[in-house]
Design a protein around this ligand. Structure first.
Ligand code: FAD
Length: 503
C-alpha cells in the first residue's frame, strides 16, 4: 500500500487540533490534518450550510436515522426528534453504558455545535487541577492569547437588559437573586454585533432563529473561521476530511504510522489510507484521543504508553434541570440560543456549582427556565479496551451521575423555595426526570496532563507524540472547557516548537 508522508500529522480539527495545525504551519512545518467529519462550507438544497434546529434533516446528526436531541420531549410529547437520513451530520451522541457524550463532527470539531461560551476557570481551581502548570503564566499569556485568537466578546449589558432575546436570562437571574445567588456575564465567540443586527432585522437570523446544536449559519466564530482559516493561510497545512484514524503504530525508524478509514456520505468505509509522520499530534477530543491511545497500548502497537491512559475521565459535572416559572415571569418567545449569564455559586466549597442559564428556543412562550449546571462532581471513570468489539468501554455509572444531581439539586431547591416554583418533569424523557443526568457536553480526561503526558502534553513512553485536546483535563474544570483546552494547546505548542522541532 502507498504511504502518504508528512512531517507532522494532526488527528482531529477541534480546539486542540486547530491550535496545533496553525502553530505548526506558522513554524514552516508541512502538516496534514485528518478529520473524520466533513467540511461545512457548502449550502444544501435550502441554501443553508446547516439545517435548523426546528426542522432537522440529515445534516443534523452523525449517521442516524432519527435525531437524538438533548431535550427528548416537551409536555411528555415526543415533539422534538425527527426521522432523518443517514449522513455525516454535525452533531454526534456517543453512547456508553450509563452516559452518552455529545461531540461535534466536522472541520472545527465542537466549535460547530457548541454554545460558544468562552470562560476561564478560577485560577485557584485551575491550579488544583493542573499542579504541574504555571498558573500565573497561563493567565498572563495563554488565556489572553486564546481569547484573542478565538474572537471572544461580551454582550453589551445595556442591550442585554432591553432585548427580548434575553428575557429568559433576566427572568432566571431574578429567580436566582431571590435566593441570594449571584449571576455573572459569560463571554462568547458569537459576534454580539451581528446578534444586535439580527434583532434589528437587518441581517439573516441565526442565534435568534434557534440555530446552535446543529450548527450556526451566521454569527458564530467557529474554528474554521479563526484558527483553521489562519492555518490554511500559512500554505503549510492541508485538511483531509471524512477520514477516521483507526490505529497508530511506530515504525523501526521512530516515525509514526497511521491507518485511516475513508468514509463515504452514506457511512460506508470505502477504503483505507496509510500515513506516516515524524511528529504526531492528537486532537481527536477526550473520546477520540483516549480511544486511539488505549487501542494502541492494549493491542501492543504502543506498549510503553503509561498505565494512566484511559483514566481520569469525567463529565465536568454536567447536569440539566428545568424549572417552571410563574405565569407573570415570562421568558419570551424569541430566545437567543447563545447563553450569556451564569449563576455563580463556586465559592460554596461544600457544593460548588456554576449554572449556565440556557435557552430553550421553541418559538413560543413556555415559562421554562433551563440550565446547564457544571457541578464540582469529584467522580472519575476509566475506559477499558474491549477486545471482542475492538472499542473502548466507559466505566461511568449512574451512581456517579447522581452526585452531580445532588449538587445541582442543592442549588435549584434553594431557587425553587425562594420563588415558590417547581421543577419541570416532562423535558427529559418518559421517566419524568427533573434532571437530565445521562449525557454530557463536556467530556474531559482520559490522557491527563502530567500523568499520561509530561507537563506539556508530550505522551509518556514515546518521543514526538503529543496530546493537545480535552483529554488532558482531569475530568472537571468548573466552567465550560474550550477556552482552557485552547490555552493549554497554545502553551504546549510554544514549548514543543521551541524545544522539540528545532533541527
Ligand atoms: P473536539 O472539539 O471534540 O474535536 C475533536 C475532533 O476530532 C472532532 O472534529 C472529531 O470529529 C475528530 N475526531 C475524533 N476522532 C477522530 C479520529 N479517530 N479520526 C479523525 N478525526 C477524529 N464548551 C465551551 O467551552 N463552551 C460552550 O458553550 C460549549 N457548549 C457546548 C455545546 C454542545 C452541544 C457541545 C456538544 C459541546 C459544548 N462545549 C462547550 C464543549 C466543547 O465544544 C468541547 O469541550 C471542545 O470542542 C473540545 O475540544 P477538543 O479539541 O478536545 O475536541
Amino acid at each position: 500500500d502507498a504511504v502518504d508522508t508528512a512531517p507532522a500529522i494532526v488527528v482531529g480539527s477541534g480546539y486542540g487540533g486547530a491550535v496545533a495545525a496553525l502553530r505548526l504551519g506558522q513554524a514552516g512545518i508541512r502538516t496534514l490534518v485528518l478529520e473524520m467529519g466533513r467540511l461545512w462550507n457548502t449550502p444544501g438544497p435550502d441554501g443553508q450550510v446547516f439545517c435548523s434546529t426546528r426542522a432537522p434533516d440529515r445534516r443534523s446528526m452523525w449517521f442516524r436515522t432519527r435525531t437524538e436531541a438533548p431535550l427528548a420531549a416537551f409536555l411528555w410529547l415526543d415533539v422534538v426528534n425527527r426521522a432523518i437520513g443517514r449522513y455525516p451530520g454535525v452533531l454526534d451522541r456517543v453512547h456508553f453504558d450509563a452516559m452518552s457524550v455529545y461531540v461535534g463532527r466536522g472541520v472545527g470539531g465542537g466549535s460547530l455545535v457548541n454554545g460558544g461560551m468562552a470562560v476561564a476557570p478560577q485560577p485557584a481551581y485551575f491550579g488544583v487541577q493542573f499542579p504541574t502548570v504555571d498558573t500565573a503564566e497561563m493567565y498572563a499569556t495563554y488565556f489572553p492569547r486564546a481569547r484573542s485568537m478565538l474572537g471572544v466578546n461580551t454582550v453589551d449589558p445595556a442591550w442585554f437588559e432591553s432585548t427580548d432575546g434575553y428575557r429568559f436570562a433576566r427572568t432566571s437571574r431574578k429567580a436566582a437573586a431571590n435566593a441570594g445567588l449571584r449571576t455573572t456575564f459569560v463571554p462568547n465567540v458569537y459576534d454580539f454585533g451581528y446578534m444586535r443586527r439580527e434583532a434589528a432585522g437587518t441581517v439573516t437570523r441565526s442565534a435568534l432563529a434557534g440555530e446552535v446544536i446543529y450548527g450556526n449559519n451566521h454569527g458564530k466564530r467557529t474554528l474554521d473561521k479563526t484558527y483553521l482559516a489562519s492555518a490554511l493561510g500559512t500554505g503549510n497545512v492541508t485538511i483531509n476530511t471524512l477520514e477516521r484514524v483507526r490505529e497508530i503504530r511506530r515504525s523501526a525508524d521512530g516515525s509514526y504510522l497511521l491507518a485511516a478509514d475513508r468514509i463515504d456520505p452514506a457511512g460506508a468505509v470505502v477504503g483505507s489510507r496509510q500515513y506516516s509522520c515524524t511528529y504526531l499530534f492528537l486532537g481527536a477530543g477526550s473520546l477520540g484521543t483516549t480511544e486511539l491511545l488505549l487501542h494502541a497500548r492494549e493491542t501492543g502497537a504502543l506498549p510503553a504508553l503509561d498505565e494512566s491512559v484511559g483514566t481520569g475521565w469525567g463529565t465536568n459535572g454536567n447536569v440539566m434541570p428545568g424549572r417552571a416559572n410563574h405565569l407573570w415571569d415570562t421568558v419570551g418567545a424569541d430566545e437567543s440560543t447563545i447563553p450569556v449569564l451564569g449563576i455563580d455559586d463556586r465559592a460554596n466549597t461544600a457544593n460548588p456549582v456554576f449554572a449556565e442559564i440556557a435557552p430553550l428556543p421553541m418559538g413560543l412562550e413556555h415559562w421554562i427556565s433551563l440550565y446547564l449546571a457544571i457541578t464540582g462532581n469529584p467522580e472519575r471513570a476509566s475506559f477499558t479496551y474491549d477486545r471482542a468489539t475492538d472499542s473502548a468501554r466507559l466505566g461511568w455509572s449512574a451512581a456517579q451521575s447522581a452526585v452531580s444531581v445532588r449538587m445541582a439539586k442543592n442549588l435549584f431547591d434553594r431557587i425553587n423555595a425562594a420563588n415558590a416554583t417547581i421543577y419541570r418533569y416532562d423535558l427529559f424523557g418518559s421517566a419524568g426526570k427533573a434532571f437530565a443526568d445521562d449525557f454530557t457536553y463536556h467530556p474531559l480526561g482520559g490522557c491527563v496532563l502530567g500523568r499520561s503526558t509530561d507537563a506539556y502534553g508530550r505522551v509518556k513512553g514515546y518521543s514526538r507524540l503529543y496530546v493537545t485536546d480535552g483529554s488532558l483535563v482531569p475530568g472537571s474544570i468548573g466552567v465550560n472547557p474550550f477556552l482552557t483546552i485552547t490555552a493549554l494547546a497554545e502553551r504546549t505548542m510554544t514549548r514543543v516548537l521551541a524545544e522539540d522541532t528545532a533541527s
